[in-house]
Design a protein around this ligand. Structure first.
Ligand code: ASP
Length: 335
């Protein structure tokens, strides 16, 4: 008998949502144990998903997301694109992931997955072995969103704590609280609540997924971009190290609207003169960095309101296409 429920493809990658703690009160020590349950074990805890979708699950990798970086991003993008290409009946894709780098993986996939179907990432702040774990509800919500026709065309979404955000905007704001993933000034896109509805109140306007120019199929590496964080009295030592390392690009996280200690910014300007694309971002958690005549003359690119770790991803993808500063700046206006 074939089910009339939508088919959701579910990809597991590890993280706290699959973590195993030493006892029920633990939500701190388990990452050091490094043990994970399989996605089949996670699903068995939430039989309610079977009333929402036919879930076809796979374990892609099983790591804490501190161990996720460009090679894993490329593997994830390739696998998700393959699923969307080959399984044309799939309603959407959901993925489980550690929360440490969830926002970075989500933004990378937002720019490289080539489908308008729902694609959603979730994680958990308390492992399934902990009292009051959020692993089960977050998994259920991710399946619900991947199965929802309302979630298409939104780019990559994240859901934790019933709150749906755009991958572009979301950031982990708190070390241990379950309401940690927030999209700053720009607000949640919607909610997945207990009555079963997936509700959206707004949609992202910047380019993503099928409107993105970035194609990582066939790539086995990405340009190297480093981030240097500014602080009172910072000098050029770390920027010089990045420049000498031969990195392909640099993001600097400055104060407020994009200001820096004098010696630090002179080192960054020297890197730009040497031909290294340098993006000015802010260590403030919300708001824009805007181009000024001085920044323009120094050859900098500005991040707009992308956080440094997201600006790095856009610069990595931009550098896979061009090294032209105006073109790279255009990307920061469009994505
Ligand atoms: N160590 C975990 C990770 O994989 C933390 C988490 O998932 O919350 O990122």
């Amino acid at each position: 008998m074939t089910s009339s429920l939508p088919r959701v493809r579910l990809i597991a990658t590890g993280g706290s949502i699959a973590g195993v703690g030493p006892h029920r009160l633990d939500y701190i020590l388990y990452p050091e144990l490094g043990k994970h349950i399989t996605i089949e074990e996670s699903l068995a805890r939430v039989p309610e998903v079977n009333e929402i979708a036919q879930v076809q699950a796979e374990n892609l990798i099983s790591v804490g997301s501190t161990a996720v970086g460009p090679p894993e991003w490329l593997a994830m993008a390739n696998r998700i694109n393959q699923i969307f290409r080959e399984d044309t009946e799939a309603a959407g894709v959901a993925m489980t992931h550690g929360t440490a780098t969830l926002e970075e993986t989500a933004y990378f996939l937002h720019l490289t997955v080539k489908s308008d179907k729902p694609m959603v990432i979730t994680g958990a702040m308390r492992p399934p072995t902990a009292l009051s774990t959020d692993a089960d509800i977050n998994l259920l919500d991710a399946v619900r969103i991947a199965a929802s026709s309302h979630a298409g065309g939104m780019g990559v979404l994240t859901v934790l704590n019933n709150e749906i955000s755009s991958a572009r905007d979301v950031v982990k704001t708190s070390t241990f609280r379950v309401q940690t993933f927030k999209p700053g000034d720009l607000g949640f896109l919607g909610y997945a609540d207990s009555e079963g509805e997936v509700l959206f109140y707004r949609a992202p306007t910047r380019k993503h997924t099928t409107r993105s120019e970035f194609d990582v199929s066939g790539r086995d590496s990405l340009p190297r971009v480093d981030i240097v964080y500014a602080y009172a009295g910072a000098d050029g030592m770390l920027i010089d190290a990045v420049r000498r390392n031969g990195s392909d690009g640099l993001v600097v996280a400055g104060f407020g609207g994009g200001t820096f200690p004098p010696v630090f910014i002179e080192a960054a300007a020297q890197a730009a003169r040497d031909g290294i694309p340098v993006v000015l971002a802010s260590r403030s958690t919300t708001g824009r960095v805007i181009m000024t005549p001085q920044k323009q003359d120094a050859g900098f690119i500005v991040s707009d309101n992308l956080l440094p770790q997201k600006a790095r991803i856009l610069l990595m993808l931009g550098l896979s296409v061009t090294r032209d500063r105006e073109e790279l700046q255009r990307m920061f206006r469009e994505y």
